[in-house]
Design a protein around this ligand. Structure first.
Ligand SMILES: [Mg+2]
Length: 168
């Protein structure tokens, strides 16, 4: 399962669609970002990094408002924080308003090589409109508290959540 390899080439591709607030921090986080918002917690990034590594590697696609709103130093701050754990943002989704599920759906259609993915988010947005997304959504209260959105989660979500639990 996960990433089988042919020679050095992966032929399966895994992506994590990442929200930031409520995943890499909670309202109890006391660290501030450079622009004075709630920052991100190293311990939570470490869990994310560990789970991706256990999965066999994968791309991070940023879904969070941080991609739009944190145009000052905050996005650099986030990139630096992730870099500290050898993670980088591969891409960002585009969507209008709170249609975050639609944004992911569009991204997947444009990137057909992604055949396994999970979504980390503390909000439900429009995800339930897309059954395949819903089955891959882990609703967080901080990444260490990740719950299945669906009653019938996809295998990627089951595995990734297990890794999170092992690392928490
Ligand atoms: Mg959030």
């Amino acid at each position: 399962m996960a990433l089988e390899k042919r020679g050095n080439k992966r032929y399966m591709s895994f992506a994590v669609f990442l929200d930031v607030d409520g995943v890499l921090n909670t309202r109890k986080t006391v660290i501030s970002s450079p622009d004075g918002h709630i920052g991100v917690d190293d311990a939570r990034i470490e869990i994310l990094a560990g789970a991706i590594e256990k999965y066999g590697g994968g791309d991070i696609v940023l879904t969070s408002d941080w991609k739009n709103v944190r145009i000052g130093g905050d996005l650099d701050y986030l990139r630096d924080k992730l870099m500290g754990y050898n993670l980088e943002i591969s891409a960002v989704t585009k969507e209008h308003w709170n249609k975050r599920g639609q944004g992911i759906q569009d991204y997947l259609e444009e990137h057909p090589k992604i055949d396994e993915y999970i979504i980390l988010d503390d909000n439900r947005f429009d995800f339930e409109d897309f059954p395949r997304l819903w089955e891959r959504l882990l609703i967080t209260d901080g990444i260490e508290n990740a719950a299945f959105a669906s009653k019938t989660p996809a295998v990627e979500a089951i595995i990734f959540r297990e890794y999170i639990k092992e690392l928490s």
